[in-house]
Design a protein around this ligand. Structure first.
Ligand SMILES: Nc1ncnc2c1ncn2[C@@H]1O[C@H](COP(=O)(O)OP(=O)(O)O)[C@@H](O)[C@H]1O
Ligand SMILES: [Mg+2]
Length: 360
């Protein structure tokens, strides 16, 4: 387990974040004695082998040189334009959002028969889809924020004209309402509606990012996050707390405004409540059959002990100010050991899969 192909960048709106997360992984792979082989995916979706003239700092550069263009061949793996094989004992795909965290990249790696770090296809798909994840958690008796869903097809159907969807949602869930695409990230397409006009505006907007959207009851909440590590059963770190200085934890607060949010590690909560939150996070993890790693986000009602699972991220941010690695480090699992453990979990999963019989 020496050559670790670090795939970063990608086609999603979280390309920039991935360059930063990639730098953390690259640095810690080296510290841990691995040989990182950086492969950047451009915004257009092309893959390029990278050569760094100097040690990258906080952002991994991504050069698009024709001679370094990567080809993928089932049975042969990764090669450069002149047919040179790229050595690969394990893939570390640190790509967030669509085409990275949603099962597509995982499917490609499975077809190439390459071992990789993080969630498999099934749990990536479910973790990315907020409606599917909620349905599973609900059926396992776990607390989720009350919601309604809507598809583009329903909105285009003749029955839509007869429907008072705003009335249905506001009556069931109150006001304001949160509207979001079922599969997106980084708060893209997420809006808060306070009246009928902003509600329908939010619905139209969210439908630009996915054909299915959800409308949620607004929770006056503290945002609590746990890091989880493991295959099905997780070791848990945290919880920590995100205290956004904006109306909510929007794109601006996450990535643009340097004072957009404060990270409190550990979250200032009493131990009994923390244990309840950890217990729910652990159950939510195995309920989606997650493996590798995840960050589970929870809404804790202000001035109460009631909490709901908000969402799971199967490839959370790894930037220098990201909650996931910071929670691990605060409990003694520093970068190189964290990376080693993730690689070990990927290897374990790959070996188990290869023990299965696929033919008669
Ligand atoms: N139901 C809700 N009540 C209150 N705030 C919410 C609600 N849903 C989302 N938010 C706010 O919007 C942010 C982004 O929403 P989230 O569901 O986490 O989407 P993303 O996958 O884009 O991170 C949350 O961190 C929170 O600040
Ligand atoms: Mg979120």
């Amino acid at each position: 387990m020496k050559h670790i192909v670090l795939i970063y960048g990608g086609r999603s709106g979280e390309h920039e974040v991935s360059l930063r997360s990639g730098a953390f992984i690259y640095r810690n792979l080296k510290k841990g004695g691995f040989l990182p082989i950086p492969v950047g995916i451009s915004r257009e979706g092309n893959w390029f082998l990278q050569h760094f003239a100097e040690e990258p700092a906080d952002i991994l550069p991504l050069a698009e040189e024709t001679r370094d263009r990567i080809s993928l061949t089932p049975g042969e793996g990764l090669t450069t334009a002149d047919g040179t094989p790229v050595p690969c004992d394990m893939v570390f795909p640190v790509i967030h959002g669509t085409f990275g965290e949603d099962g597509t990249l995982q499917g490609l790696l499975e077809m190439l028969n390459l071992p990789y770090v993080g969630a498999g296809i099934q749990s990536s798909v479910l973790g990315m889809d907020k409606i599917c994840a909620k349905q599973i958690w609900e059926s396992d008796g776990l607390p989720v924020v009350p919601y309604r869903s809507l598809s583009r097809a329903e909105k285009n159907s003749p029955a839509w004209k007869e429907r008072d969807f705003f009335g249905e949602c506001s009556e069931a869930l109150g006001l304001p309402l949160f509207i979001k695409p079922s599969r997106a990230g980084s708060s893209v397409g997420v809006t808060k509606a306070v009246n009928e006009a902003s509600f329908y505006e939010g619905v139209e907007n969210a439908l630009k990012y996915d054909r299915e959207i959800l409308i949620e009851k607004s929770i006056a909440a503290r945002e609590i996050e746990c890091s989880l590590l493991g295959n099905r059963d997780a070791r848990i770190f945290g919880p920590g707390e995100i205290a956004p200085s904006h109306d909510f934890y929007d794109y601006e607060a996450k990535y643009i405004d340097p004072d957009g949010a404060a990270l409190l590690i550990p979250a200032p909560l009493d131990e009994t409540l923390k244990e309840k939150i950890r217990d729910t996070a652990r159950k939510a993890y195995s309920s989606l059959k997650l493996n590798g790693l995840a960050r589970l986000d929870i809404f804790l009602e202000k001035d109460s002990e009631r909490f709901y699972i908000n969402e799971v991220n199967t490839m959370p941010g790894f930037t220098s100010i990201s909650m996931f690695p910071m929670l691990c480090a605060a409990e003694g699992l520093e970068g190189p050991d964290l990376i080693r453990e993730l690689i070990e979990l990927g290897r374990e999963e790959f070996e188990l899969k290869n023990e299965l019989i696929y033919k008669k």
